[in-house]
Design a protein around this ligand. Structure first.
Ligand code: SAM
Length: 472
């Protein structure tokens, strides 16, 4: 029985409820009256439930689809302005005991070189990331209790936070590791992580079990209830995602929103972010072996409908996607992107081609971070290296409250401006610096509060003179 408050995976992601929602959407996808009612609710900009959002996703009427895209852009602008937050993944180890059929790390893959970074190598990777200008990273590791135990992950986080190289620092470490126990989530929380990230891959239990035939990840219930355990352990910023291409996208979309509704119903805090990865070519993996790939237009519609359904949840798109695809999605709701990413273990310090062999998947957007920053600014966006919210204790329900009242601009805009200034001073090429210095006064002028604006201007002078890490 469907119950968003339950902590039982099969009740909060209820298969029958997903099917009923898909049926309802199918019946109403051409029903102008129903669609107009849903759009009227969506225009309040407080979100939609999974059923309503699935009707919009399925909607077949061209004029209504135009309205859907326009509304997504408007909501994006209201909640996130033109800011785009930057991050990079840091792969620690590709040892893995699972059998995920879409992932090159799977246990049976005997020709991928297995690599696990030592703490010294992690320091070097961290320095290399700092030299690019990154302040926020997501650590990634395969699941292997012997090679990658929680102690290794905790030690690695400590190492990363401890590296202070030139003017650089990693100020927020997000963590993408396999589902684990409440006790381990508590340890991650105590280690000062930002967001805990775990992709569901697919919400369809039968498909999930088939695609994860062996290893601890085979357990659908344990994996699906991971965010409940993380929240129980005190981690109140969690990030969801599905790997599009594995299952029918309509099923995933509806269930993903049910997961978000569950977190809100059970803990009073929805997901901090949602990722929308699509399956890519990798060692031993051919995406054509999976029948549920989605085209660019469907992908854009999914992003727009997520933006409308959960306005307060950030949306992340990685370098799995091309520059062209990312450009389209930025406009429709994406608020965070990776840049200059290496998906091979040790790939930042040692970007030799042979290292790519340990990569998790092919990266489509291979541009250096500096090109991505300049490109964003030329497209009218304000790149942000802000990590302030979690460091100032604005997490979970505190963050959501500020976000829901649209007060978040008062923090995000000044922090974006100040962290971009740091980037321009320390890491930008001349071409990027020219574009950035022109942009700063335009973005400073958008800060409404006179005192805050004056403070930001004062801080920019201090940053120019060598001080770092100002934040609101
Ligand atoms: N091992 C951790 C786990 O089990 O959740 C997470 C780390 S894994 C390095 C990060 C994510 O990469 C996975 O959750 C999966 O969605 C994604 N991934 C795996 N294979 C992929 C592929 N061939 N193309 C695109 N993304 C892939």
């Amino acid at each position: 029985m469907y119950n968003p408050k339950s902590h039982n995976a099969e009740e909060f992601i209820c298969h029958e409820e997903v099917l009923a929602s898909l049926e309802y959407a199918e019946q109403n996808k051409n029903n102008i009256k129903v669609i107009d009612e849903i759009l009227a609710k969506a225009r309040l900009k407080k979100g939609l439930n999974h059923r309503e959002a699935t009707v919009l996703l399925d909607c077949d009427i061209p004029e209504k689809n135009e309205e859907i895209f326009a509304l997504a852009r408007e909501i994006k602008n209201d909640y996130y302005g033109n800011r785009i937050v930057l991050f990079a993944p840091l792969y620690l180890s590709n040892y893995c005991v699972n059998g995920c059929v879409y992932c090159p790390y799977h246990l049976k893959n005997k020709h991928i070189p297995r690599v696990k970074l030592t703490q010294e190598q992690i320091s070097r990777e961290t320095e290399a990331l700092q030299d690019l200008g990154h302040k926020r990273i997501a650590i990634e590791a395969g699941e292997d209790p012997v090679n990658n135990p929680i102690e290794y992950i905790l030690e690695s986080i400590k190492t990363i936070y401890s590296v202070k190289h030139k003017n650089g620092a990693i100020r927020r470490v997000n963590v993408n590791i396999a589902a684990t126990t409440v006790e381990n989530y508590k340890k991650l929380h105590e280690a000062g992580i930002g967001t805990y990230i775990l992709f569901q891959e697919t919400y369809n239990k039968e498909t999930y079990e088939r695609l994860h035939p062996t290893g601890p990840k085979h357990n659908y219930k344990y994996h699906t209830e991971a965010m409940d355990r993380a929240m129980e352990a005190g981690i109140d910023d969690v990030s969801l995602g599905v790997l599009f291409g594995l299952e029918l996208y309509r099923y995933e979309f509806s269930a993903l929103l049910m997961h978000a509704e569950h977190l809100e119903a059970a803990f009073g805090v929805g997901p901090h972010a949602i990722s929308v990865p699509r399956i890519k070519k990798a060692d031993d993996i051919n995406p054509d072996d999976f029948d549920n790939g989605i085209d660019e237009d469907t992908f854009a519609k999914i992003v727009a409908c997520i933006r409308i359904a959960v306005p307060y949840t950030g949306m992340i798109i990685s370098t799995r996607e091309s520059a062209e695809c990312r450009k389209r999605l930025l406009n429709l709701g994406v608020s965070q992107i990776s840049g200059g990413s290496k998906t091979s273990v040790g790939g930042y310090f040692n970007p030799a081609p042979e290292d790519e062999e340990s990569a998790q998947f092919d990266v489509s957007d291979r541009r250096p971070l500096d090109d991505v920053i300049r490109w964003l600014m030329e497209l009218g966006y304000l790149p942000s290296f802000c990590t302030s919210c979690y460091r100032q204790g604005r997490t979970g329900d505190r963050f959501m409250e500020i976000c829901k009242s649209q007060q978040i601009h008062n923090f995000c805009q000044p922090n974006a401006v100040m962290t971009l200034k740091e980037y321009l001073e320390d890491y930008a090429t001349e071409a990027t610096k020219i574009v950035g210095e022109k942009l700063l006064p335009v973005e400073i002028a958008k800060i409404e509060n006179d005192t805050v604006r004056a403070k930001v201007e004062e801080n920019l002078t201090k940053i120019h003179n060598g001080e770092r890490d100002f934040k609101f």
